[in-house]
Ligand binder design. Structure first.
Ligand code: C2G
Length: 441
């Protein structure tokens, strides 16, 4: 049996990729395709990849040409794979001629003619320049502005903030708008990072005026409002994304993938903490308005892994004083349970634990911005540690890339499904209803 192997990113899978795979397959009996992990691509300077690892693997799988698909994680892995899998032939397109000669010590190395006239870069370059307006808190907006510089296809056109004096080092082609209406007139899409109680009205206005929206979580404070916003977006053919950068971070996505691939066996329990001690009471994080997004983040892994159809929910709220609140919410599913501890009057270990029948995933504090997690077994010798380099501001860059692409191809590819956003709003609505601390609404 002749085993052949080839590697690639396979972003926006196209005819050139297919031809390369077909010709490689014809050289042997068993084809292994290595798909590059996001981190590996970033380390080799490929920042503009638009599809997630899962989507790119799916494109290769759908061709039906690969007998085995593996993930290429690091420099030097090719030698290990070739030796371990007894590979006879390695192929790559002629744009790499000479670059992989070092592999000829282990197998035949063939450079196949690259297909002319098509490339992922050209496909990415189509539909350029969506103009994005920014509204809200300057600290959050600045992070997004900085990350946007790494992405082609989107350009910040205008900013509207109450905190104008804090604007520094901003490109002078950007309009500093003196009202939300002016901002909306100057953009195709808007990023909303204002106080959560403003979200619903701002999102609704933008969608009504035909603008795409990326809005910090939660998008609204009531279940019915969230549903209404998604309906307006759908009716007007617009993209509405809930923004939670954790959802787009590499480590978090890889752990979701591991759980979905049953690496821990059946998932039985998820425990999530998001707490902040009273030490910070006098800073701006102390009002309910400011901690509302903590519930969204804490609920995310539960809803993404167990779904939103829980059978039963109970919540305990402890009101500590006029600005501090601790909540514990328990969920019961058919074959699993989950709980979150969220509060700004309590200090706890801000970890995430996902327990399964065979092992568990442990994500250390603060789990929502981690670059690292562990897969832990009964026998510690079997434990595995996973490290992923955090690029820039966690998942913001990837989030913007996915948002931009969704607008370009007119298909909502958000990593957070609409039903999850709606379920998050429902929980937050209950918390606000039962909380003695009032929002500024
Ligand atoms: N390719 C091709 N014709 C094109 C475009 C790409 O034959 N018009 C080939 C490339 O030469 C490569 C494969 O298709 O062999 C996958 O291309 P990319 O997704 O661009 O991946 P690449 O960055 O070339 O990575 O470890 C990764 C490898 O080094 C290849």
């Amino acid at each position: 049996m002749t085993t052949v192997i080839t590697y690639g990113t396979f972003d926006l899978f196209h005819y050139g990729h297919r031809r390369l795979l077909e010709r490689t397959r014809d050289l042997g009996d068993y084809l292994i395709v290595g798909v590059t992990a996001d981190n590996f691509d970033k380390n080799r300077g490929k920042f503009d990849v638009q599809q997630s690892l899962m989507e790119r693997i799916e494109s290769v799988r759908k061709t039906g040409l690969a007998d085995e698909i593996i993930i290429e994680e690091y420099e030097g892995q090719k030698i290990k794979d070739i030796k371990q899998k007894n590979v006879d032939i390695f192929t790559v397109g002629s744009d790499w001629t000479g670059k992989f000669d070092y592999l000829s010590e282990y197998c035949d190395v063939l450079y196949l003619d690259r297909t002319e006239g098509i490339s992922s870069t050209n496909l990415r370059a189509e539909n350029r320049n969506i103009s994005l307006g920014l509204v809200g808190e300057i600290k959050v907006l600045t992070k997004l502005y900085n990350e946007s510089k790494y992405i082609s296809g989107i350009k910040i056109s205008s900013v509207f903030t109450d905190d104008i004096n804090a604007i520094k080092n901003i490109d002078n082609s950007i309009l500093i708008a003196d009202s939300y209406d002016k901002l909306l007139k100057n953009c195709d899409a808007v990023f909303i990072a204002s106080h959560p109680f403003k979200h619903y009205n701002q999102v609704k206005k933008a969608l009504t005026l035909g603008k795409h929206v990326l809005c910090e979580s939660p998008i609204a404070l009531k279940e019915k409002e969230a549903k209404e916003l998604f309906q307006i977006a759908h009716k007007n053919n617009l993209i509405l994304f809930e923004s939670i950068k954790t959802a787009y971070s590499t480590a978090y996505n890889r752990l979701l993938l591991l759980v979905k691939m049953d690496e821990i066996g059946d998932t039985l329990s998820i425990d999530v903490n998001y707490t902040n001690s009273t030490e910070n009471k006098n800073n701006t994080l102390s009002t309910l308005d400011n901690i509302i997004s903590w519930w969204s983040i804490a609920l995310l892994p539960i809803f993404q892994l167990l779904g939103t159809d829980y059978k039963f929910k109970n919540s305990s709220l402890i009101y500590l004083d006029n600005s501090s609140l601790f909540s514990k919410i328990n969920f019961e599913y058919d074959n699993a349970v989950a709980s979150i501890k969220v509060g700004n009057g309590i200090k706890s270990e801000n970890e995430l634990i996902i327990s399964g029948t065979e092992s568990y995933i442990y994500v250390p504090a603060p789990w929502w911005e981690t670059d690292y997690f562990e897969l832990k077994y009964e026998n510690p010798k079997n434990n595995k540690k996973y490290f992923y380099q955090l690029e820039g501001e966690g998942g913001i860059r990837q989030e913007l890339i996915v948002f931009t692409k969704s607008i370009q191809i007119n298909k909502n590819n958000s990593y957070i499904k609409n039903n999850i956003s709606v379920a998050i709003c429902k929980i937050i609505e209950d918390i606000i209803k039962n909380s003695p601390i009032k929002t500024n609404d």
